[in-house]
Ligand binder design. Structure first.
Ligand code: ATP
Ligand code: TZP
Ligand code: MG
Ligand code: MG
Length: 275
Protein backbone atom coordinates (compact mmCIF):
# COMPACT_ATOMS: atom_id res chain seq x y z
CA UNK A 1 0.00 0.00 0.00
CA UNK A 2 3.03 2.27 0.41
CA UNK A 3 6.75 2.22 -0.25
CA UNK A 4 8.07 4.16 2.73
CA UNK A 5 11.05 3.21 4.85
CA UNK A 6 9.54 4.04 8.25
CA UNK A 7 12.26 2.10 10.06
CA UNK A 8 14.99 4.00 8.24
CA UNK A 9 13.51 7.37 9.20
CA UNK A 10 13.15 6.47 12.88
CA UNK A 11 16.71 5.12 12.97
CA UNK A 12 17.97 8.33 11.42
CA UNK A 13 16.26 10.41 14.09
CA UNK A 14 17.78 8.29 16.86
CA UNK A 15 21.20 8.41 15.21
CA UNK A 16 21.51 12.14 14.54
CA UNK A 17 19.38 13.44 17.46
CA UNK A 18 18.09 16.46 15.52
CA UNK A 19 18.11 19.77 17.35
CA UNK A 20 14.55 21.09 17.09
CA UNK A 21 14.09 24.77 17.86
CA UNK A 22 10.53 25.23 19.13
CA UNK A 23 8.62 28.45 19.47
CA UNK A 24 5.52 26.88 20.92
CA UNK A 25 2.74 27.69 23.35
CA UNK A 26 2.52 28.10 27.11
CA UNK A 27 0.16 25.15 27.53
CA UNK A 28 2.38 22.46 26.03
CA UNK A 29 6.02 23.54 26.35
CA UNK A 30 7.06 20.82 28.78
CA UNK A 31 5.28 17.93 27.08
CA UNK A 32 6.60 18.91 23.64
CA UNK A 33 10.16 18.87 25.00
CA UNK A 34 9.56 15.49 26.66
CA UNK A 35 7.99 13.98 23.55
CA UNK A 36 11.00 15.10 21.50
CA UNK A 37 13.43 13.58 24.00
CA UNK A 38 11.42 10.36 23.97
CA UNK A 39 11.79 9.93 20.19
CA UNK A 40 15.52 10.60 20.45
CA UNK A 41 15.62 14.24 19.35
CA UNK A 42 17.07 17.23 21.14
CA UNK A 43 14.55 19.99 21.94
CA UNK A 44 15.29 23.63 22.62
CA UNK A 45 12.76 26.33 23.37
CA UNK A 46 14.05 29.84 22.60
CA UNK A 47 11.97 33.00 22.27
CA UNK A 48 14.16 36.09 22.78
CA UNK A 49 14.45 38.18 19.63
CA UNK A 50 18.16 38.60 20.49
CA UNK A 51 18.81 34.88 19.96
CA UNK A 52 16.09 33.24 17.86
CA UNK A 53 17.89 33.87 14.58
CA UNK A 54 21.12 32.33 15.86
CA UNK A 55 19.29 29.34 17.34
CA UNK A 56 17.32 28.68 14.14
CA UNK A 57 20.51 28.77 12.08
CA UNK A 58 22.16 26.00 14.11
CA UNK A 59 19.00 23.91 14.45
CA UNK A 60 18.11 20.90 12.30
CA UNK A 61 14.49 22.09 12.19
CA UNK A 62 12.32 24.97 13.39
CA UNK A 63 8.83 24.29 14.79
CA UNK A 64 6.50 27.30 15.03
CA UNK A 65 3.23 26.99 16.95
CA UNK A 66 0.82 29.89 17.45
CA UNK A 67 -1.16 28.41 20.36
CA UNK A 68 -0.77 31.30 22.81
CA UNK A 69 0.05 34.38 20.80
CA UNK A 70 1.41 37.78 21.60
CA UNK A 71 3.26 40.26 19.43
CA UNK A 72 6.72 39.47 20.77
CA UNK A 73 6.19 35.77 20.02
CA UNK A 74 5.04 36.61 16.51
CA UNK A 75 8.11 38.79 16.01
CA UNK A 76 10.30 35.95 17.31
CA UNK A 77 8.64 33.49 14.90
CA UNK A 78 9.28 35.74 11.91
CA UNK A 79 12.92 36.40 12.88
CA UNK A 80 13.59 32.70 13.47
CA UNK A 81 11.74 31.73 10.30
CA UNK A 82 13.72 34.14 8.13
CA UNK A 83 17.01 32.84 9.52
CA UNK A 84 15.89 29.23 8.97
CA UNK A 85 14.84 30.03 5.40
CA UNK A 86 18.23 31.61 4.66
CA UNK A 87 20.01 28.43 5.77
CA UNK A 88 17.54 25.95 4.26
CA UNK A 89 16.53 24.68 7.71
CA UNK A 90 13.09 23.04 7.40
CA UNK A 91 10.26 24.98 9.07
CA UNK A 92 7.01 23.46 10.32
CA UNK A 93 4.11 25.76 11.22
CA UNK A 94 1.14 24.74 13.40
CA UNK A 95 -1.61 27.37 13.07
CA UNK A 96 -3.29 26.44 16.36
CA UNK A 97 -6.80 27.86 16.65
CA UNK A 98 -6.81 29.65 13.29
CA UNK A 99 -10.41 30.59 12.55
CA UNK A 100 -11.21 31.20 16.23
CA UNK A 101 -10.38 34.94 16.23
CA UNK A 102 -9.47 37.59 13.62
CA UNK A 103 -6.05 38.05 15.32
CA UNK A 104 -5.18 34.37 14.87
CA UNK A 105 -6.23 34.57 11.21
CA UNK A 106 -4.10 37.65 10.66
CA UNK A 107 -1.02 36.11 12.33
CA UNK A 108 -1.34 32.84 10.40
CA UNK A 109 -1.51 34.84 7.17
CA UNK A 110 1.54 36.93 8.13
CA UNK A 111 3.60 33.82 8.91
CA UNK A 112 2.58 32.04 5.73
CA UNK A 113 3.07 35.10 3.53
CA UNK A 114 6.44 36.13 4.95
CA UNK A 115 8.13 32.74 5.35
CA UNK A 116 8.72 29.70 3.24
CA UNK A 117 6.97 27.03 5.27
CA UNK A 118 8.20 23.49 4.64
CA UNK A 119 5.26 21.80 6.39
CA UNK A 120 1.92 23.25 7.37
CA UNK A 121 0.11 21.05 9.91
CA UNK A 122 -3.17 21.61 11.62
CA UNK A 123 -6.26 19.71 12.60
CA UNK A 124 -8.78 19.25 9.82
CA UNK A 125 -10.87 22.26 10.92
CA UNK A 126 -7.84 24.58 10.99
CA UNK A 127 -6.61 23.39 7.60
CA UNK A 128 -10.01 23.90 5.98
CA UNK A 129 -10.16 27.43 7.32
CA UNK A 130 -6.63 28.25 6.18
CA UNK A 131 -7.32 26.98 2.70
CA UNK A 132 -10.64 28.80 2.59
CA UNK A 133 -12.51 25.62 1.81
CA UNK A 134 -14.69 25.36 4.92
CA UNK A 135 -14.17 23.53 8.17
CA UNK A 136 -14.91 24.66 11.68
CA UNK A 137 -13.02 25.15 14.93
CA UNK A 138 -14.08 25.73 18.52
CA UNK A 139 -11.12 27.41 20.22
CA UNK A 140 -8.23 25.08 19.35
CA UNK A 141 -10.36 22.02 18.53
CA UNK A 142 -11.65 20.87 15.16
CA UNK A 143 -15.44 20.67 14.87
CA UNK A 144 -15.80 19.63 11.26
CA UNK A 145 -13.88 18.95 8.08
CA UNK A 146 -14.86 19.87 4.51
CA UNK A 147 -15.37 16.87 2.21
CA UNK A 148 -13.02 18.21 -0.45
CA UNK A 149 -10.21 19.08 2.00
CA UNK A 150 -7.70 16.46 0.74
CA UNK A 151 -7.98 17.64 -2.88
CA UNK A 152 -7.74 21.29 -1.86
CA UNK A 153 -4.67 20.45 0.21
CA UNK A 154 -3.09 18.83 -2.80
CA UNK A 155 -3.69 21.91 -4.97
CA UNK A 156 -2.33 24.31 -2.31
CA UNK A 157 0.69 22.13 -1.68
CA UNK A 158 1.58 21.93 -5.35
CA UNK A 159 1.19 25.67 -5.83
CA UNK A 160 3.27 26.59 -2.78
CA UNK A 161 5.78 23.74 -2.87
CA UNK A 162 5.21 22.68 0.71
CA UNK A 163 3.89 19.64 2.56
CA UNK A 164 0.37 19.89 3.97
CA UNK A 165 -0.95 17.75 6.84
CA UNK A 166 -4.48 17.66 8.25
CA UNK A 167 -4.95 15.49 11.33
CA UNK A 168 -7.91 13.91 13.07
CA UNK A 169 -9.30 10.39 13.20
CA UNK A 170 -7.87 10.07 9.70
CA UNK A 171 -4.71 11.97 8.82
CA UNK A 172 -3.91 13.33 5.36
CA UNK A 173 -0.43 14.22 4.10
CA UNK A 174 0.41 15.54 0.66
CA UNK A 175 3.41 16.86 -1.26
CA UNK A 176 1.07 18.19 -3.94
CA UNK A 177 1.23 15.01 -6.02
CA UNK A 178 0.84 11.99 -3.76
CA UNK A 179 -1.79 11.90 -1.03
CA UNK A 180 -1.20 9.63 1.95
CA UNK A 181 -4.10 8.67 4.19
CA UNK A 182 -3.25 7.29 7.64
CA UNK A 183 -5.63 5.48 9.96
CA UNK A 184 -3.63 4.91 13.13
CA UNK A 185 -4.00 6.73 16.44
CA UNK A 186 -6.44 6.58 19.34
CA UNK A 187 -9.35 8.73 20.58
CA UNK A 188 -7.41 9.32 23.84
CA UNK A 189 -5.17 11.67 21.78
CA UNK A 190 -8.15 14.01 21.60
CA UNK A 191 -8.65 13.73 25.38
CA UNK A 192 -5.29 15.33 26.26
CA UNK A 193 -4.19 18.83 25.40
CA UNK A 194 -1.15 19.16 23.19
CA UNK A 195 -1.42 15.94 21.20
CA UNK A 196 -1.21 18.00 18.02
CA UNK A 197 1.56 20.22 19.41
CA UNK A 198 3.66 17.19 20.40
CA UNK A 199 3.11 15.78 16.93
CA UNK A 200 4.28 19.06 15.39
CA UNK A 201 7.49 18.88 17.43
CA UNK A 202 8.07 15.26 16.41
CA UNK A 203 7.42 16.10 12.76
CA UNK A 204 10.18 18.70 13.24
CA UNK A 205 12.54 15.95 14.42
CA UNK A 206 11.88 13.84 11.32
CA UNK A 207 12.27 16.89 9.05
CA UNK A 208 15.59 17.52 10.78
CA UNK A 209 16.60 13.96 9.94
CA UNK A 210 15.79 14.68 6.29
CA UNK A 211 18.30 17.53 6.38
CA UNK A 212 18.51 21.05 4.96
CA UNK A 213 17.28 21.93 1.47
CA UNK A 214 15.74 18.51 0.83
CA UNK A 215 12.94 18.24 -1.73
CA UNK A 216 9.28 18.41 -0.82
CA UNK A 217 8.76 14.71 -1.57
CA UNK A 218 11.51 13.72 0.88
CA UNK A 219 10.06 15.97 3.57
CA UNK A 220 6.59 14.49 2.96
CA UNK A 221 7.91 10.94 3.36
CA UNK A 222 9.63 11.92 6.62
CA UNK A 223 6.29 13.32 7.84
CA UNK A 224 4.35 10.16 6.98
CA UNK A 225 6.93 8.11 8.89
CA UNK A 226 6.68 10.49 11.88
CA UNK A 227 2.89 10.27 11.93
CA UNK A 228 2.95 6.47 11.74
CA UNK A 229 5.44 6.26 14.64
CA UNK A 230 3.50 8.74 16.78
CA UNK A 231 0.09 7.23 16.20
CA UNK A 232 1.21 3.60 16.64
CA UNK A 233 2.93 4.71 19.89
CA UNK A 234 -0.43 6.18 20.92
CA UNK A 235 -2.16 2.85 20.23
CA UNK A 236 0.42 1.02 22.37
CA UNK A 237 0.05 3.63 25.13
CA UNK A 238 -3.75 3.32 25.07
CA UNK A 239 -3.49 -0.43 25.74
CA UNK A 240 -1.79 0.40 29.05
CA UNK A 241 -3.73 3.53 30.07
CA UNK A 242 -6.83 3.86 32.24
CA UNK A 243 -7.55 7.48 31.27
CA UNK A 244 -5.92 10.67 29.93
CA UNK A 245 -3.37 11.02 32.76
CA UNK A 246 -1.86 7.57 32.51
CA UNK A 247 -2.17 7.78 28.71
CA UNK A 248 0.18 10.78 28.51
CA UNK A 249 2.79 9.00 30.64
CA UNK A 250 2.38 5.80 28.64
CA UNK A 251 2.75 7.81 25.42
CA UNK A 252 6.21 9.06 26.45
CA UNK A 253 7.18 5.48 27.37
CA UNK A 254 5.83 4.09 24.09
CA UNK A 255 7.71 6.70 22.03
CA UNK A 256 10.91 5.99 23.95
CA UNK A 257 10.64 2.20 23.60
CA UNK A 258 9.15 2.18 20.12
CA UNK A 259 9.88 -1.00 18.19
CA UNK A 260 9.94 0.24 14.62
CA UNK A 261 9.29 -3.19 13.15
CA UNK A 262 6.01 -3.15 15.07
CA UNK A 263 5.21 0.29 13.60
CA UNK A 264 5.76 -1.16 10.11
CA UNK A 265 3.40 -4.06 10.91
CA UNK A 266 0.68 -1.89 12.43
CA UNK A 267 0.84 1.17 10.18
CA UNK A 268 -2.36 1.67 8.17
CA UNK A 269 -1.23 3.87 5.31
CA UNK A 270 -2.89 4.25 1.94
CA UNK A 271 -0.79 5.99 -0.69
CA UNK A 272 -3.03 7.51 -3.33
CA UNK A 273 -1.97 7.94 -6.90
CA UNK A 274 0.59 10.44 -8.04
CA UNK A 275 -1.01 13.14 -10.13
P1 ATP B 1 -7.30 19.60 18.38
O1 ATP B 1 -6.90 20.96 18.79
O2 ATP B 1 -8.64 19.43 17.72
O3 ATP B 1 -7.06 18.61 19.49
P2 ATP B 1 -4.79 18.97 17.34
O4 ATP B 1 -3.93 20.04 16.82
O5 ATP B 1 -4.54 18.49 18.71
O6 ATP B 1 -6.30 19.28 17.20
P3 ATP B 1 -5.50 16.48 16.23
O7 ATP B 1 -6.22 16.60 14.94
O8 ATP B 1 -6.30 16.19 17.46
O9 ATP B 1 -4.61 17.76 16.38
O10 ATP B 1 -4.37 15.39 16.03
C1 ATP B 1 -3.40 15.11 17.01
C2 ATP B 1 -3.06 13.64 16.91
O11 ATP B 1 -4.15 12.87 17.38
C3 ATP B 1 -2.79 13.15 15.50
O12 ATP B 1 -1.72 12.24 15.56
C4 ATP B 1 -4.09 12.46 15.08
O13 ATP B 1 -3.85 11.42 14.18
C5 ATP B 1 -4.58 11.92 16.40
N1 ATP B 1 -6.03 11.83 16.56
C6 ATP B 1 -6.88 12.85 16.79
N2 ATP B 1 -8.14 12.42 16.92
C7 ATP B 1 -8.10 11.07 16.78
C8 ATP B 1 -9.09 10.02 16.81
N3 ATP B 1 -10.37 10.27 17.03
N4 ATP B 1 -8.67 8.75 16.60
C9 ATP B 1 -7.38 8.48 16.37
N5 ATP B 1 -6.40 9.42 16.37
C10 ATP B 1 -6.74 10.69 16.55
N1 TZP C 1 -5.02 26.76 24.16
C1 TZP C 1 -4.13 27.45 23.46
S1 TZP C 1 -2.90 26.46 22.81
C2 TZP C 1 -3.60 25.06 23.47
C3 TZP C 1 -4.75 25.41 24.17
C4 TZP C 1 -5.63 24.49 24.92
C5 TZP C 1 -3.04 23.72 23.27
C6 TZP C 1 -3.52 23.14 21.98
O1 TZP C 1 -2.92 21.92 21.75
P1 TZP C 1 -3.39 20.95 20.55
O2 TZP C 1 -2.22 20.09 20.37
O3 TZP C 1 -3.63 21.81 19.36
O4 TZP C 1 -4.62 20.22 21.03
MG1 MG D 1 -5.81 17.63 20.28
MG1 MG E 1 -3.50 21.85 17.47
Amino acid sequence: MHDLDIKGWMEKVREIRPLVHNITNLVVTNIVANALLAVGASPVMAYAKQEVGDMARIANALALNMGTLDESTVEAMLLAGRAANEEGVPVIFDPVGVGATPYRNEVAKRVIDQLHITVLRGNAGEMGILLGTGGEVKGVDAVSMAQDLPENMRAYSRKNNCVLIATGETDYVTDGYTLWQLQNGHPLLAAITGSGCMLTGILGAFLGAAGRKADTRTYAEACVAALACYNVAAEIAAEKAVGPGSFLTALFDALYNLDVSLVEQRAKIVQMGDC
